[in-house]
Design a protein. Sequence first.
Length: 244
Amino acid sequence: MTMGWSPESARNAYLDTLKLCNKHEEKCNNTCTTSEPESKEFISALAAGMNAKLIVEVTPEVSSSTIALAAAARQTGGKLVCILPEPRLDESQKVIEDSGLNDMVEFKTGDPLEVLPNYENIDFSLVDCKTDNYTNLLELLDVNPTKSVVVADNLVEGRKGLEGHVKGMETKGEVRSMKHPIGKGMEVTMIGKCNEFCKRNQGRGGFSRARVGSGKRTGKSKWIIKVDEKSGEEHIFRMPSSIL
């Protein structure tokens, strides 16, 4: 099945994530663990826009990133598999239940190195690089060779992502990794033929995130994705709203 780019799904997932994560943070009085500002909206829009059906997150705990990816799954009619190293299901399920995303998420607990190989042809994956053995987890990913995205998040203290190398993809398709100044450091790796990704609004040079009327976001920056028409490479920029 072809996964074309859907600006509408990206926009809806972005707005849904913004609303749900704000509610989540209010409920826990800003004491809960959250992703860096705006990174959650970015990954949700990216996963939904590419119409990802199988989304896998490996994380030490449920966070706003989990809510963001579940919101994306709701837009695409897909499923988020959240792999947790410890059996903290009661707490994790409550977070998702409070967000109204129960049907979108499947929790799996145990050693991520043993659980992750059960999933093949993953369309969109996020590995929190605060996780133990994160490099081994990145190597274990079985991605959709036609079109998929791998996000290595929280690349702090010199940690590295895939850097353009995905196991099993040496002869199957193109792999492009780029590190972006999102959150504490995020590498986005795109797998698949260049023209699959370049189908995304080529004439418009990619997509920009939706404008939001919330006062909390006034004056914030925007994530802009531009596609180089010659090389097919994607470049992500953070631009002040005032100049857009």
